[in-house]
Design a protein around this ligand. Structure first.
Ligand SMILES: C[S@@+](CC[C@H](N)C(=O)[O-])C[C@H]1O[C@@H](n2cnc3c(N)ncnc32)[C@H](O)[C@@H]1O
Length: 348
């Protein structure tokens, strides 16, 4: 209940403010994330805004970096609200970045492909849709062996269309691969899935005009950083599992374990030392184990905030509750106190 009240209040005020601002904002194309993605940040954007560096709102940030891009909710917010000049976007998932590159460079043909798929799919009944989904999933997997990810080519466009189709129609938009690297998420149950959102894809393509997209590890940032004092980096790594029983986060066959989290914190410190503004988020391990100080220890030299993220739905009443998200920053911001007070007032 408290969470609902918080969401509603926060949403109403901020979305009204944003709508008025957006009317006068030349960077706003109304582009939204075009994928469903595990750990997507759309629900948290209103809260996150209070934690962005003030240099961003003051127009002093020229370069934005998001090394764990996923569906890019924070990128779409920042690129359309503030006057950044360049965005550097990375993800280890090659097919994800391939899809962004196709939208950036060949959105018109991609839309034609998606329209055909959407038309074919929507006229089928449930069982035909299921067979269609698994046929396209097989095509996607067998196509992989022929893919050259190092060079843009026409077969990227078909692959991007399949990637979007599978994402919109699979179970919960879950991107899961087996030990051979083959995509193996089961079919989802949607009555009327939006497979080709033409207006949004065109808007996304426009926003991506300022972006440099790379298939790669988060450490790529160290070689790309040029304007240190006017750069802002947002890290949203795969979540550390919140309970011993929950599945280990596994994206693209890549385990993001505690060793990786520690390497990331070393990159965070290196960026901090060179004058870059850095923000990181993760789910709070204290949600399930109050004694787990993993992130408190790792980021003890920085500001750590805990903000309510979502409710845990559990059949056992005692296990229901709020999940906190951790936000770490290396800079001060006068908005925090106000934001945290607002959150507390509603929560407690
Ligand atoms: C929590 S998701 C990011 C979600 C994103 N903020 C959003 O709004 O959708 C984490 C992302 O990190 C990517 N990833 C995993 N390991 C990585 C690595 N070592 N380097 C770069 N990206 C990685 C995954 O493919 C996934 O897309």
């Amino acid at each position: 209940m408290a969470q609902e009240k918080f969401d509603n209040n926060y949403h109403q005020n901020s979305s009204l403010r944003s709508k008025v601002n957006d009317l006068f904002n030349p960077y706003n194309f109304n582009a939204k994330p075009f994928l469903k993605w595990a750990g997507g940040k759309t629900q948290l954007i209103n809260v996150f805004r209070s934690f962005y560096p003030e240099a961003l709102t003051e127009g002093k940030i020229t370069d934005y970096f998001e090394p764990f891009l996923g569906s890019g909710a924070v990128f779409f917010d920042i690129a359309q609200k503030y006057s950044i000049q360049r965005a550097y976007l990375y993800d280890i998932n090659k097919d994800l970045i391939l899809t962004y590159l196709v939208i950036q460079q060949r959105v018109g043909i991609l839309i034609e492909f998606l329209k055909v798929i959407e038309k074919e799919y929507l006229k089928l009944d449930d069982s035909q849709r299921t067979s269609y989904y698994y046929r396209q999933r097989d095509n996607f997997n067998s196509q992989k062996a022929q893919m050259d990810y190092s060079q843009f080519s026409d077969n990227w466009i078909h692959r991007a269309a399949l990637f979007i189709f599978l994402n919109r129609t699979c179970y919960n938009g879950l991107y899961r691969v087996n030990s051979e690297g083959n995509f193996n998420s089961p079919v989802g149950k949607y009555k009327n899935p939006s497979i080709c959102d033409e207006d949004n894809l065109l808007a996304v393509s426009k926003v991506l005009a300022i972006a440099e997209l790379k298939m790669g590890d988060f450490s790529t940032i160290l070689s790309d950083l040029k304007n240190k004092n006017s750069s802002f980096v947002y890290f949203d790594p795969p979540y550390r599992p919140i309970s011993k029983t929950s599945n280990f986060t596994n994206y693209n066959g890549n385990r993001f374990d505690d060793k990786q989290q520690k390497l990331l914190s070393a990159v965070f410190s290196a960026l901090d030392k060179s004058g870059v503004f850095v923000m990181l988020s993760n789910s709070d391990p204290k949600n399930t184990n109050p004694n787990d100080t993993f992130f408190d220890d790792l980021y003890k030299d920085y500001n750590i905030f805990r903000v309510p993220a979502k409710r845990i739905i559990n059949s056992v009443a005692s296990k229901r509750g709020l999940i906190n998200e951790i936000i770490v920053t290396n800079y001060q911001n006068s908005q925090w106190k106000k934001a945290l007070k607002e959150i507390k007032q509603v929560m407690f």
